[in-house]
Write a protein that binds this ligand. Structure first.
Ligand SMILES: C[S@@+](CC[C@H](N)C(=O)[O-])C[C@H]1O[C@@H](n2cnc3c(N)ncnc32)[C@H](O)[C@@H]1O
Length: 317
């Protein structure tokens, strides 16, 4: 049976949902999100049998010794992945679609503590786009320069360029195809994004990073790749004193392991060696007066096995 045949039970994403997901005021959200942005963002909660099937898939992943883990060894995979996008762009030109990372392909997602089936495969990427737009709009009012670390295909920087054409933009990544993609974006769109070769583990490339107190730093699904080895990078950010740092990342501390649904995400997160300890470390720095945490918020939205849309915003003091 077609799972969408019962249209009446389909849920739609509303402004109230984006308010809940972003943790920001509805007035901010409605200033950014237009009716068209929500059109077709629909889903069905999974039933018990479907949920059991997803849990079984997770069990298999947790037992699988070939699952790719984040870390310094993963560099060649990013190199290959973004080289593939570069080839796609060489054939099809720069667009939101050609720059879309390959991993946005799932219709089974997480929302508010349960699994959902989105009616279209672009659901996750559209929510990601809207969350970014809301965060950028809310936090970049006094900002003249944004640096994205782990900028990947440059899709987020292109979105920023379209939102703020006069904003100085810098994209940092540790693999060359990413930097080539930025140059390509500049050629085709007239943007002037500065590509910088930078490694968040070793801080190689640090001498080229120019942070002032009008600079915002963003990481979007990028610090997730650092496991528990984020200390030197975080300390570098604090000592360079940007105006604000925004992270949209999977934050393991936000899960509540009393709930099986969250416990599954924690197990998956650990299996993939994703970011661990950032929020606790930021809280330690806040306690001694080094930084202020402006927002820490669990969006309740995620891909199939984890929530990579948790929000932390802070600034050095
Ligand atoms: C999941 S992708 C996210 C890309 C982009 N931020 C986005 O939202 O589409 C992770 C990115 O982090 C980069 N990355 C991973 N480890 C890194 C490191 N140690 N230094 C710099 N970049 C790194 C990868 O090359 C990749 O571009």
């Amino acid at each position: 049976m077609n799972p969408y045949s019962d249209q009446a039970s389909l849920h739609s994403i509303s402004l109230a949902d984006l308010t809940k997901m972003s943790g920001l005021p509805m007035t901010t959200v409605s200033a950014v999100v237009q009716c068209d942005d929500l059109a077709g963002l629909r889903y069905l909660p999974l039933n018990e049998a479907e949920t059991t099937e997803i849990e079984q898939r997770l069990k298999n992943i947790l037992k699988d010794n070939t699952i790719e883990r984040a870390g310094a060894d993963a560099q060649h995979r990013w190199q290959l992945g973004w080289q593939e996008i570069l080839e796609r762009v060489r054939l099809g030109g720069i667009s939101e679609n050609t720059l879309l990372p390959q991993y946005f392909k799932h219709d089974i997602l997480r929302l508010y503590g349960g699994y959902i089936r989105a009616t279209t495969l672009d659901f996750e990427k559209r929510i990601f786009r809207l969350l970014k737009a809301i965060l950028f709009f809310n936090y970049f009012f006094n900002i003249s320069h944004v640096i994205e670390f782990g900028c990947g295909t440059g899709a987020n920087l292109l979105q920023l360029h379209k939102m703020f054409p006069k904003m100085k933009l810098t994209g940092c990544d540790w693999v060359q195809p990413s930097l080539k993609l930025i140059r390509r974006i500049n050629q085709e769109t007239g943007s002037n994004i500065q590509p910088i070769h930078f490694n968040m583990f070793t801080l190689d490339g640090n001498e080229n990073i120019d942070i002032t107190n009008f600079t915002a730093v963003v990481t979007l699904h990028a610090m997730e790749q650092l496991g528990n080895n984020f200390g030197p990078f975080l300390d570098m950010l604090i000592s360079n004193r940007p105006a604000v740092c925004i992270h949209l990342e999977p934050i393991i501390e936000f899960y509540d392991t009393n709930f099986e649904f969250d416990l599954h995400a924690v197990n998956y997160h650990s299996k993939r060696n994703y970011l661990s300890g950032l929020f606790n470390k930021l809280r330690d720095y806040e306690k001694v007066g080094d930084i202020e945490i402006i927002q820490s918020h669990r969006s309740g939205f995620g891909s199939t096995f984890q929530e990579a849309y948790s929000i932390i915003v802070w600034r050095p003091l």
